[in-house]
Ligand binder design. Structure first.
Ligand code: G4P
Length: 294
């Protein structure tokens, strides 16, 4: 699972973070609430050392509410502020300004004592691609139109975006690449669609997802594909082999047959990935804090 992760862009982002850190009061790290570990770039801690942190658990609408609660508590224990957001609908984003002011309460009090009560608070926003960063910034800043692309290869100059009179966001391409060295991280990013097609072909990825769901969310799989029971995993059967049998069972129920009565498992895999990503199968948190070392 080797992927080219735009090393030039990564270097540029690191430089930008280094240069801009002195100009900001806090860092807002946007994570995908379904995969808070895999959607973190672990370099952020080192790169932004010492800056107050707000973590936005975005895509909370797509995550298991219990998982969102567990992660919010976990991050709060690190001393970080936490927001649960759905940037698409805007839910939770209105609390951004209050959460930042609470996080920086001591600093703001000190400013006030020095007669600098009107001093503008600045926040750097960071996140991996597709986590919802642009949508989040637009909602927080009440901006209607999306800004210029912030995809790799498209340059855009840094800019301060006003949220309210005393608060600004640094709208630079604070894009960080996920760490794909770990197979589980790569799979979770691919399941959620944060990376697409780069890692595995759809059928193999669908096998992994089916096996994962059978282990962790069997009811979702049964309900979604009208399976009264799931095939049992054979002793030492690996995820791909077991997942393939699950796809076969689901595909048969859906009537995805090809000549000879065989199931079109590739088609079923694509449907499973689509229905998982679109929320049709339910809300999922793929990793829990206690299982992870951040
Ligand atoms: P990025 O800047 O981090 O790369 O991500 P961006 O804001 O472009 O968002 C990527 C996609 O994810 C967008 O969908 C956006 O609407 C959606 N999205 C962002 N935040 C959330 C969230 O909290 N919940 C849900 N359900 N979706 C979210 P798109 O397919 O590109 O466009 P559209 O679906 O909005 O038309």
């Amino acid at each position: 699972m080797e992927i080219q992760w735009y090393p030039g862009h990564m270097a540029k982002t690191r430089r930008m973070i280094g240069e801009q850190l002195k100009n900001v009061d806090a860092v807002c790290e946007i994570l995908d609430a379904r995969i808070p570990r895999s959607s973190r770039n672990p370099d952020v801690d080192g790169l932004t050392a010492g800056k107050p942190r707000l973590v936005a658990l975005n895509r909370a609408d797509q995550a298991d509410p219990e998982g969102v609660r567990a992660w919010a508590a976990f991050f709060r224990e690190q001393g970080w502020a936490v927001l649960e957001t759905d940037a698409k609908s805007g839910a939770g984003t209105a609390k951004f300004s209050a959460a930042i002011r609470e996080l920086l309460a001591d600093k703001l009090r000190a400013y006030a004592e020095k007669g600098q009560a009107g001093r503008v608070v600045r926040v750097m926003v960071l996140g991996i691609p597709n986590v919802g960063k642009s949508t989040f910034i637009n909602k927080v800043a009440g901006r209607k139109t999306a800004r210029a692309e912030d995809r790799p290869g498209v340059t855009r100059s840094k800019q301060w975006v006003p949220v309210d009179k005393g608060l600004e966001l640094l709208d630079t391409p604070g894009i960080l690449w996920p760490k794909l060295g770990d197979q589980e991280v790569g799979l979770h990013l691919a399941f959620t669609g944060a990376v697409r097609d780069e890692i595995l072909d759809a059928e193999t990825l669908g096998c992994h997802l089916a096996a994962y769901l059978a282990d962790r969310y069997p009811e979702a799989l049964k309900t979604g594909y009208k399976l009264p029971s799931l095939p049992e995993r054979a002793v030492e059967e690996n995820d791909v082999a077991y997942g393939w049998r699950l796809l076969e069972a689901a595909g048969r129920r859906r009537g995805f047959l090809v000549s000879g009565g065989e199931v079109d498992t590739e088609r079923m895999a694509k449907i499973l990935l689509d229905e998982f990503r679109s929320g049709k199968l339910g809300r999922f948190t793929l990793e829990m804090p206690e299982e992870n070392v951040l």
